[in-house]
Every structure is written in structure tokens, then in C-alpha cells.
Write a protein that binds this ligand. Structure first.
Ligand SMILES: Nc1ncnc2c1ncn2[C@@H]1O[C@H](COP(=O)(O)OP(=O)(O)O)[C@@H](O)[C@H]1O
Ligand SMILES: [Mg+2]
Length: 457
């Protein structure tokens, strides 16, 4: 396969042809061909190859051809020849799946800015657009997509089904719904790769790793839907537990429970925007508070508490953001450190936490061993990502891990996010890494769309 950037133009000509400069024809190995199949996403049209006298790599599309493949706009784009040189593909056509009810100014509500950032990463190289589930027309095999304008607005255009779908649906309940599963399956049935498939629950991830001893040793001991007996037994052994809603996020609904023989049970959690600490002398009163008087704690994971390393008495943990590149290899593209706010159960910034670079945080704790520890954490994150992929039904292109280090330098994984947030990139020192993750997502779209250079398959 040959892959090259070229400039696309529209012409008023009405013949069934493409006009190709000689530099481009050479690159695409089109010299000597009389016709070629021109493809965008799911649409193909056969066109005559006509020469064009002009310097540089240019492709002119007459009306007929551009309407047949529904080419959305002019400008720089990748071209790839495939099928032994009989087909020239434009694109790739990248669809970002999201949701939103907003107007045309802010079609994706508060996520509009992030979607624009994602689209920009492919700007001048591919056709990237955003769409919501109701924008797909399965009868016509088209999508009524949102394209970002130069001037900050949005333009809607009908395009073919994309070459690859990057799933950024924000709602967990919508993402795991039957309707959405069907939608994603329909793309797969048309050989259109979809990543990332859907949100994980914490318990799903722990189960995926269960048979991978090398990865599982980084998961704290965990139980789903714990009974009071089980909680009591875990507290006796560990003296310290986390109770987490398996489908939760942002620290919502999390309890940190400690047991101190003679003194009783202590529960820390967040209620109405404040950190609360309660003491219970007797185990049953703790259970009553947790709403697990007699039955199980439904949809909760009870997890061995880890004594995280601390700065000034505040625990720290880390977000590792991994993206696969254009060779399908995992890259640890962004790492942020988070220090818990005073009295907070989690390190979330929303709960008073502070963002730091990993070098700052690890430097404070481990001194000149910091870079060793960071490297070990990177290695662990890649091992975890490989293990998750090996136990997933679908392709995993991106992951965000919450990792901790305990006082004996053991590395622990608290959760894996299939739709990692981008809040760590607000830190001025992490902005470049933020951009790098966007660029890698785009590179990975090229890989999945099979826009690959020769020898890079
Ligand atoms: N087992 C644990 N031991 C120590 N700290 C934990 C444990 N589980 C979670 N935490 C802390 O709570 C934070 C939030 O937990 P996490 O599992 O990531 O849930 P959420 O989905 O709410 O982000 C973690 O980043 C970590 O700081
Ligand atoms: Mg988390």
C-alpha cells in the first residue's frame, strides 16, 4: 500500500473522472492506468484517470465523482492505494460517536469543546466528524455528521459510513444499553472497527484479569456484592477497606472503612459536598449506616485498602493514560499524579485533590529513585492493558488506569477506564502530553482504517 498526503479540489467538470497531477500519479502508482476505483468510507465509484499539469500532489474531483462518494470538503487529505493498485481511498473517514441534544452552536453540550479538540487532531489529514446514534441512516448507509468549521461553528453534511468509529459516548447507561450494543454491532458487521467498545464496571475489569496472575497481583483483594459476614472478615484481616459502587465514577458513593480493635469502626465518605467521618462502636451499626443491615451491599465492590504513599499526610495516586499508536502498540502517553484533599477519601480534583506531574509527586516521595518507580509503573500499566485486551471480546484502543503505590513500593490498580477523562491535561506541564494522546488516537484511527504505510501493517 502507498500512503500520501495530497490536496483535494472540487471542479465544475461533470465527467466521470479524477484529475491527477503527475507527482501524485507516481506516488499512487496510477501511471498507465485508465480507470481507478475511488473510495471514501463505505462508498466507491469507478472513474477514469486523467492527467493534470500542475506541480505537487493534487487530486481534482468532478461533481459526479464527489457526489457519488459524498466527499465532504476540499483540502489536504491522505490518499491510499489498495487492492493491488485498483483502488484509491480518500480519508480516512473517522466518525466520533457521541451524544447530545444541544443546538448547532453547542451540539454536544458541555462536551462540545472536547469533541472539537478530538476532531482537530485529524484536521488537514483526514475527514473527521462527530455523530450521534440517531444520525446514522442504515437504509442509505450514510451518516448526517457534524464537521467543525474554522470559525468555531459546525456544519452538517451527509457522508458515507465511516472507516472507523471512535466511541466517546458519555453516558454509561446509554453506552451499555441494548440499542447501543446493536448500533455498534451493525458497524462491526460492515467491517467498520469500533473502539472503545463501552464503559467498564470495576468488577468487569477485576474479573478480566483474574486468570492473568502477572496482572492480577496488582489488583487489591476484591469482592462483589459483599455480605456483612464477608465485610467483617475482610476488616479483621486488612483493618482497612474501600467500598466502591462497581459502576461508579468521580468518587461518588465511595466509603473508606477502617477497623481499629478496641476503638471500633471508622467510615469516611463524601456527603453533600463535604467530607464526613463517623465512628461506630459496633459492627451492626456500621452495616445499618451502609444499608447492608442483613443483606448484601448490592452493586458494590469491597476492596482491600492500600496504604498509599503520601505527601504531607495526603495520599497520592496516578492516572496513566495509554493509547495504541499506528503500529497497534501501547504508548503510555499521559501520566498525572493526584494528591488527595485533606480528609478526602479519593484523590479527585473535584473533592479537593491537587494535580501534579508524576516527577514532582514521585520525587517528593522517592527522591532519586523516582524515575525507577515511574518506569516500573509504566511497565505495569502496559502489562495490565495487554491482559485486558486478551480478555476482551472487542478491540481496546485506549485505557485510563488509576494506579497507586504503597509504602513498600508495590504497584496497585484501582480501576481501568475505557473512556478516560482529560482533566489531568489542565495542568500546564501536562498539556503537551494531552496533545500527544489526541494525536495517538488519530494515528490509531489510521491504523484501524488500514491507512498504513508499506512495511507498517
Ligand atoms: N483499594 C483502595 N485502596 C486505597 N485507595 C483506594 C482504593 N480504591 C480506591 N482508592 C482511592 O479512591 C480513588 C477513587 O477510586 P476509583 O476506584 O478510581 O473509583 P472512581 O471510579 O470513583 O474514580 C482512587 O483514585 C484512589 O485514590
Ligand atoms: Mg478513578
Amino acid at each position: 500500500m502507498s500512503l500520501t498526503l495530497s490536496k483535494i479540489h472540487f471542479t465544475r467538470k461533470s465527467d466521470r473522472a479524477v484529475y491527477v497531477t503527475s507527482a501524485l500519479a507516481k506516488q499512487l502508482r496510477l501511471r498507465g492506468r485508465s480507470t481507478v476505483d475511488v473510495r471514501l468510507g463505505g462508498r466507491t465509484v469507478t472513474a477514469e484517470v486523467k492527467p493534470l499539469r500542475r506541480k505537487g500532489k493534487h487530486l481534482y474531483l468532478p461533481l459526479y465523482v464527489r457526489e457519488a462518494i459524498r466527499a465532504p470538503k476540499t483540502g489536504n487529505i491522505y490518499l491510499a492505494t489498495t487492492d493491488g493498485g485498483t483502488t484509491v481511498r480518500l480519508g480516512p473517514l473517522i466518525g466520533i460517536l457521541t451524544s447530545g441534544k444541544g443546538g448547532i452552536d453547542r451540539p454536544f453540550g458541555t462536551r462540545t469543546g472536547m469533541i472539537r479538540e478530538l476532531l482537530r487532531a485529524g484536521g488537514g489529514k483526514a475527514y473527521s466528524f462527530a455523530f450521534t446514534p440517531r444520525d446514522v441512516n442504515w437504509d442509505q448507509n450514510t451518516v448526517f455528521g457534524y464537521f467543525a468549521n474554522e470559525n468555531g461553528g459546525w456544519t452538517r453534511k451527509t457522508v458515507p459510513l465511516p472507516d472507523v468509529v471512535y466511541n466517546r459516548l458519555a453516558s454509561r447507561s446509554a453506552d451499555v444499553s441494548y440499542g447501543m450494543e446493536q448500533l455498534k454491532q451493525r458497524f462491526l458487521r460492515r467491517n467498520i472497527p469500533v473502539f472503545n467498545w463501552s464503559f467498564y464496571s470495576k468488577w468487569d475489569v477485576y474479573r478480566m484479569l483474574e486468570d492473568e496472575a502477572d496482572a492480577y497481583k496488582h489488583v487489591p483483594e476484591s469482592t462483589i456484592n459483599p455480605t456483612p459476614e464477608r465485610l467483617k472478615e475482610m476488616l479483621q484481616r486488612h483493618k482497612f477497606l474501600y467500598l466502591k459502587p462497581t459502576g461508579g465514577s468521580l468518587g461518588k458513593g465511595i466509603y473508606r472503612i477502617t477497623y481499629s480493635p478496641g476503638k471500633g469502626y471508622f467510615a469516611r465518605f463524601r456527603r453533600n459536598g463535604k467530607n464526613v467521618l463517623l465512628r461506630f462502636q459496633k459492627f451492626p451499626s456500621l452495616m445499618r449506616m451502609l444499608g447492608a443491615g442483613s443483606g448484601r451491599m448490592r452493586n458494590y465492590v469491597a476492596q482491600q485498602g492500600i496504604r498509599l504513599v503520601e505527601i504531607d499526610g495526603c495520599p497520592i495516586d496516578f492516572r496513566f493514560h495509554l493509547v495504541r499508536n499506528n503500529a497497534n502498540d501501547w504508548v503510555v502517553a499521559g501520566v498525572g499524579a493526584k494528591m488527595a484533599g485533606r480528609g478526602s477519601v479519593t484523590t479527585h480534583i473535584k473533592n479537593g485533590g491537587t494535580l501534579m506531574t508524576p516527577q514532582q509527586a514521585l520525587g517528593r516521595v522517592f527522591g532519586d529513585r523516582a524515575s525507577d518507580v515511574l518506569q516500573r509503573m509504566k511497565d505495569v500499566s502496559i502489562k495490565l492493558a495487554d491482559a485486558i485486551q486478551d480478555n476482551s471480546r472487542h478491540h481496546v484502543g485506549e485505557l485510563g488506569f488509576d494506579l497507586g503505590v504503597d509504602q513498600s513500593e508495590n504497584i496497585w490498580m484501582f480501576e481501568a477506564n475505557s473512556k478516560p477523562g482529560r482533566s489531568i491535561y489542565k495542568h500546564p506541564a501536562l498539556k503537551d502530553e494531552g496533545r500527544e494522546t489526541l494525536s495517538l488516537v488519530f494515528q490509531h484511527c489510521l491504523y484501524l482504517a488500514k491507512f498504513r504505510k508499506r512495511g507498517n501493517s
